[in-house]
Design a protein around this ligand. Sequence first.
Ligand code: SIN
Ligand code: FE2
Length: 218
Amino acid sequence: MITSDLFGSAAHPEHRDETLCEGAVVLRGFSLAHEPPLLQAIDTIVAQAPFRHLITPGGFRMSVGMTNAGPLGWVSDRRGYRYDPIDPDSGKPWPAMPDVFLELAGAAATRAGFPGFVPDACLINRYEPGTRLTLHQDRNERDFGQPIVSVSLGIPAVFLFGGMQRTDRALRVPLAHGDVVVWGGPARLRYHGVLPLKPNHHAALGECRINLTFRRAG
Ligand code: SIN
Ligand code: FE2
C-alpha cells in the first residue's frame, strides 16, 4: 500500500541510506529538513566571499567556482593546494561556519557511523552545466580519522566514487538536491569526482548545483 510505504520510510529514514562500500554511505534527502536556513546561509557567505575560479598548481583554471566558510578554507594556486584561514581575494578571514552547517554535518556523520564530527572547513563548490571535477583524493587534511560530509543542492549530478587507486573502476552515483554522501574510515582516501553536469533547472537554485564539503582540516 502506497500510503503505508510513505509512512514507513518517514518513520524509518535509514531505509533510504545506501552503502557504497565499508565507510561510505549516501543519505538520500538528508539535508531537505534544513533547506531554508541552509540556502539562506549560503547566500550570506557568498555575499561576503564570492565564488571564484582557482588556479591549479599546474596552471589550469578550475571550472568549478569555489568559496569557503569556517576557520579554514581550501585554496589552490601555483604554490599548491592548502588550507588557509584568510580568503586571498579579500585578505579577511573566511565567513564563519553557520550553526545550520555544523548541525547538518554532525548529524549526517553520526548517522553514517562517525559521531562527534565537528568540521572546521566547508568548501562550497558551484557547478554549471558542462562543469566537472576530475577524480581526486581529499588528502590536504591533518587527520584522516575524520570523515568527509558532502551535501548536494540544486541540479542533479553523477558522483564518481572510485577506489584507492586513480585507475580503479568508479561507481556512478546519481545525486539529487538534498542528498548527502559521507565517507570515512577505510573509505576516507577513496578517489572521487563529478561527471560533467547536464543542462537542467532547479526551482530554488536555477541552472546550477552547489556542493558543500565539510572537513576537519586542522
Ligand atoms: C569534492 O570532491 O570536493 C566535491 C564533490 C561533489 O561536488 O559532489
Ligand atoms: Fe573531494
